[in-house]
Ligand binder design. Structure first.
Ligand SMILES: [Zn+2]
Length: 449
């Protein structure tokens, strides 16, 4: 492929938003230049007022393949990603079978992924009970870091860990310099609250919310920070839902602890007060909390305490959401967000005075850094992969089942009016998504250093 130029009046670069041409040669960005500097004869695509963003990177996706392909899979998850403006996703080690807790499981995952991905991907490994001997082999085999749960994750093959297990695992992570992503809720407060709510009405969202009190998040974060202080490993708190933890996290950062934090589009968009009875499509863990927390999480982003926004894309078959019964206790928890995350976050961000440079930082640069692929992904700059997302930031639309490309069109975003339409997605210089259509070629591959 010869060089090509992509122009826009709004190219989102690390230096700011400006009129520019992104000169692409083969897989990579050769230069970001002024439109007048495009070499004569170079084919050009001018997007005028539509913005060119770096391809988004989602470091928190449950692809569920192999083993639970009826929930989601490489083909559907990566298409949902491409439609949402993502060019790379990192797969969580659980909900697939086998869980990615041993090298042979990673090999099985690679085999399933081959030839069916619309965007690039990589894998996190899992820290579970008694797999501390597997961590370094997994790291050598190419996982980007590790994920663990302090509370029951809801699938029996992925065990939760406690402090004793972590003490066995952490030295390997320190040696490899890889991050530990932690689902930070402790079981004690959740179990106690759930027992006390036994006789309550579980069709009410408030009942579910009360069953996962913020104390569970706060205690887990405190435990992890104390381990971080002792072992000095890269600690990453996934899907922060409570704003009450921000002050502690800020203090930890000021103290010099290597801790990063993510939150998700659903915590930034929804609020517990407006979730209707029986609407189990809103169930996730930790739960969407009340408006005060939503406002606090936005402040956390503004203050730089929350580093990134990732989806926690976690679909399941519709039957598991128990929509008929509307029972928040038995419904599966998880929200699939890949196709809608960018418009959801952009709609909310714009209303609060943020710019597309913030979106590029939260949804591309920072997740790329967490996954250790920031030398190639996460920004529009010379030498980077030519991963580009073309977004019409002003266009509005209503979410319908056709806007979703995951395996099951189940989503709490259905019917929402949002701003920001993804027009095109380019993966390493190739057009993979255009106005609702996908390239017939599966151009995605596992990220290699
Ligand atoms: Zn998750």
């Amino acid at each position: 492929m010869g060089p090509q130029a992509f122009l826009s009046r709004r190219v989102v670069t690390p230096q700011g938003i400006r009129p520019a041409a992104v000169l692409v040669e083969g897989d990579r960005i050769r230069a970001v230049i002024s439109p007048s500097e495009i070499p004569a004869g170079t084919p050009r695509e001018d997007f005028v007022d539509a913005a060119i963003l770096p391809g988004l990177v989602d470091s928190h996706v449950h692809i569920n393949e192999p083993g639970r392909t009826e929930w989601e899979g490489f083909s559907t998850a990566t298409r949902a990603a491409a439609a949402g403006g993502y060019t790379m996703i990192v797969d969580m080690p659980l909900n697939c079978v086998p869980s990615t807790t041993r090298v042979n499981a990673l090999a099985a995952k690679r085999k399933s992924a081959a030839g069916q991905c619309a965007v690039d991907w990589a894998a996190w490994g899992g820290v579970v009970r008694d797999n501390d001997q597997e961590l370094e082999p997994l790291a050598r085999a190419g996982v980007r870091g590790f994920k663990c749960f302090l509370v029951d994750p809801g699938v029996e093959e992925f065990t939760r860990v406690g402090e004793r297990d972590l003490r066995k695992a952490l030295p390997s992570l320190v040696r490899r310099g890889l991050p530990l992503l932690v689902h930070a809720e402790l079981p004690g407060p959740v179990d106690l609250a759930t027992r006390q709510l036994e006789r309550e009405d579980w069709s009410q969202y408030q009942t579910y919310l009360r069953s996962r009190p913020e104390e569970a998040e706060l205690a887990a974060i405190n435990l992890m920070l104390s381990l971080c202080r002792e072992y000095v490993f890269r600690l990453h708190i996934v899907h922060l839902a409570t704003a009450s933890a921000l002050r502690t996290l800020q203090a930890a950062r000021a103290e010099g602890l290597p801790v990063t934090v993510e939150t998700c589009p659903h915590y930034l968009h929804f609020a517990a007060e407006s979730i209707p009875a029986g609407a189990t499509q809103f169930k996730c863990a930790p739960p969407v909390r009340c408006r005060v927390h939503r406002a606090g999480l936005w402040q956390g982003l503004k203050d730089g305490i929350i580093d990134m926004v990732v989806t926690d894309h976690s679909p399941c078959p519709p039957s598991m959401k128990r929509r008929q019964e509307g029972d928040f206790r038995s419904a599966w928890g998880g929200i699939a967000g890949l196709s809608m995350a960018l418009p959801v976050v952009w709609t909310e961000a714009l209303a609060r005075g943020f710019a597309l440079t913030n979106i590029a930082e939260w949804m591309s640069a920072q997740p790329a850094k967490l996954a250790g692929c920031d030398a190639r992904k996460g920004r529009i700059a010379e030498g980077y992969d030519a991963d580009l997302t073309v977004l019409d930031p002003e266009a509005q639309f209503t979410v319908t089942e056709h806007s979703l490309h995951q395996r099951h069109a189940l989503s709490p975003y259905l019917g929402e009016r949002l701003r920001g339409v993804v027009k095109r997605t380019y993966l390493r210089g190739r057009l993979v998504f255009r106005e609702g259509e996908f390239s017939s070629q599966a151009a995605g591959r596992e990220f290699q250093q």
